[in-house]
Design a binder for this molecule. Structure first.
Ligand code: AP5
Ligand code: MG
Length: 216
């Protein structure tokens, strides 16, 4: 399965991707995670990216496209992958089509996780992520059993720098203007699937995801 996950910030792309890969062992390629790793490593790219991410804007296409192209060439992508948070605008989607053409690959589906904007603020301000394994928790909806400690691996939980109210508002604007048009882009290609990701628990939404993707 070669899947694109679409959805607003906080819609649950990362959460659902982690559940999909429990059933179907393919890599989750999150451009946000790749960029945060570069920030944590303190590379030149990471420093440039951090300033942009903290403002809630998109990192330049050239940076992200280079990262994704390298990642897709790795061996573990031969059996499929989940693109989480990429593409983010029409230019990236067109570049992905060209990239996949060169690699002789095509997308199986683009899954849009639809959540009303009014539900997203709490999901984002309440999010806590494990530094070690990347698992997400939420202080309002699915808190870890021990404060600041990951249930899965015992790692330390942190709050993302871009999960501040002002930055979240900007990220939602950027999503509406630049990323939401991709729903139409993949609709026209005939590979769009959509699930209501706004009502229900993570597990209930996963049932809908499995149905939409025909995951057994
Ligand atoms: P990125 O890391 O991709 O962030 P995002 O798109 O803003 O999405 P999030 O990761 O915030 O949300 P999510 O949908 O994964 O939600 P999650 O599962 O964590 O990008 C960050 C930045 O990097 C961008 O702003 C940009 O600067 C840059 N960037 C990244 N990709 C780029 C690209 N391609 N081009 C250019 N720049 C790029 O869930 C959120 C919370 O909700 C969690 O706490 C979770 O536990 C909770 N939750 C999930 N489901 C439910 C539920 N059903 N009920 C209650 N709570 C729930
Ligand atoms: Mg995410």
């Amino acid at each position: 399965m070669r899947l694109v996950l679409l959805g607003a910030p906080g819609a649950g792309k990362g959460t659902q991707a982690k559940k999909i890969i429990e059933k179907n062992a393919i890599p989750q390629i999150s451009t946000g995670d790749l960029l945060r790793a570069a920030v944590a490593a303190g590379t030149a790219l990471g420093k440039e990216a951090k300033a942009v991410m903290d403002k809630g804007e998109l990192v330049p296409d050239s940076v992200v496209l280079g990262m994704v192209e390298e990642r897709l060439k790795q061996d573990d992508c031969k059996k499929g992958y989940i693109l989480d948070g990429f593409p983010r605008n029409t230019k990236q989607a067109e570049a992905l089509d060209i990239m996949l053409g060169k690699l002789n690959m095509s997308l199986t589906a683009a899954l849009s996780v639809d959540v009303p904007f009014e539900s997203l603020m709490k999901r984002l301000t309440g999010r806590r992520t494990c530094k070690a394994c990347g698992q997400m928790f939420n202080v309002y909806f699915n808190a870890s059993k021990k404060d600041k400690i990951c249930d899965k691996c015992g790692g330390e939980l942190f709050q993302r720098d871009d999960d501040k109210e002002e930055t979240i508002k900007k990220r939602l604007d950027v999503y509406s203007a630049q990323t939401a048009p991709l729903i139409d882009y993949y609709g026209k290609k005939g590979i769009l699937k959509a699930v209501d990701g706004g009502s229900g628990t993570i597990d209930e939404i996963f049932v809908k995801v499995c149905k939409a993707l025909d995951l057994k």
